[in-house]
Design a protein around this ligand. Structure first.
Ligand SMILES: CC(=O)[C@@H](C)O
Length: 287
């Protein structure tokens, strides 16, 4: 075979090889399905805004005692009519339902929240039920969560969960405002107030987040409660459901809003070696 025909064959082989690579690369983007890594989500949100779970800060920051409010409720409520969290200084439990935001303080009373009140940690969304179902059998908290799990399409998604029901009992808590230097959450709850609601109707509001977000949010269920007359409630510790209506909203996009979260004051920052940090706008992949 002469050199010229060998060169022609090599060129043909290389063209075939590289075109094969290109098509496989194209295939990858196609086969990746909905996996779409967003380099920089910025402020615009792709897709349906109501399917986004917005979060301020992280649960680990809260556990470490990062309680200074960084976002006013007036801005937070533009991102959701449903959700949970807390307020500046860890003062009380936040519950947002049907567009109304409440602060449940250590007296157990659900107070309306003014827009300039700030939050150090909150998770909200515009709730649109993707599935509704009825529970007519009594269930404790573990059994209720297991019943909901059975209905979920995947353990890897984020869900907003709402349960309107009648309860034999609900055990809930609220934590008082903390003073600087802030204690860790595990220590702060030693001053919590616990409420025992008996034979009460009301609504559970919260989220189920995947195991893999441990540190960012609470893996599994995190629920708050408010009575049907919207007068009282708290962070759910335990419950006995008589019967109720469950709804969950699959939030296919998860976004932590960029905020400089001042990690404590210089004294505590020095003690724990933490500095003011920017939480990135983490835009998890779309499902
Ligand atoms: C954010 C929460 O639910 C804690 C403070 O009870």
């Amino acid at each position: 075979m002469n050199k010229k025909s060998l060169l022609v064959i090599l060129v043909l082989l290389s063209v075939t090889f590289f075109s094969g690579c290109t098509s496989s690369a194209d295939n990858f983007s196609e086969t990746a399905g909905n996996f779409e890594r967003i380099e920089n989500s910025g402020s615009e949100i792709r897709g349906n805004d109501s399917d986004v779970l917005y979060q301020i800060s992280t649960i680990d920051a809260l556990l470490q005692g990062v309680y200074d409010g960084v976002l006013p409720v007036a801005e937070l409520e533009t991102h959701g009519d449903f959700g949970i969290g807390t307020f500046d200084g860890l003062e009380g439990e936040m519950l947002a339902l049907d567009g109304n935001y409440y602060q449940i303080k250590t007296d157990g009373i659900a107070y309306p929240v003014s827009g300039e009140t700030t939050t150090p940690f909150a998770t909200v969304t515009h709730f649109e039920a993707d599935e509704n179902f009825r529970l007519d059998e009594p269930a404790n908290l573990t059994e209720l969560e297991a019943s909901i799990d059975l209905k979920l399409p995947s353990e890897n998604l984020f869900y907003a969960v709402r349960v309107d029901g009648n309860f034999s009992s609900v055990k809930a808590r609220s934590v008082p405002r903390q003073e600087k230097p802030y204690p860790k959450l595990a220590d702060a709850v030693s001053s919590q107030s616990i409420f025992e609601f008996k034979n009460v109707s009301g609504t559970l509001v919260g989220f189920r987040t995947p195991e893999y977000v441990e540190g960012v949010n609470v893996p599994g269920y995190h629920l708050h409660f408010i009575t049907a007359d919207r007068s009282a409630g708290g962070h759910v510790l335990d419950l006995e459901l008589k019967d109720g209506d469950v709804a969950f909203d699959i939030t296919r996009e998860f976004l932590t809003l960029r905020r400089e979260v001042p990690f404590l004051d210089s004294h505590q920052a020095g003690r724990w070696g933490m500095k003011a940090v920017n939480f990135p706008t983490i835009y998890f992949f779309k499902f």
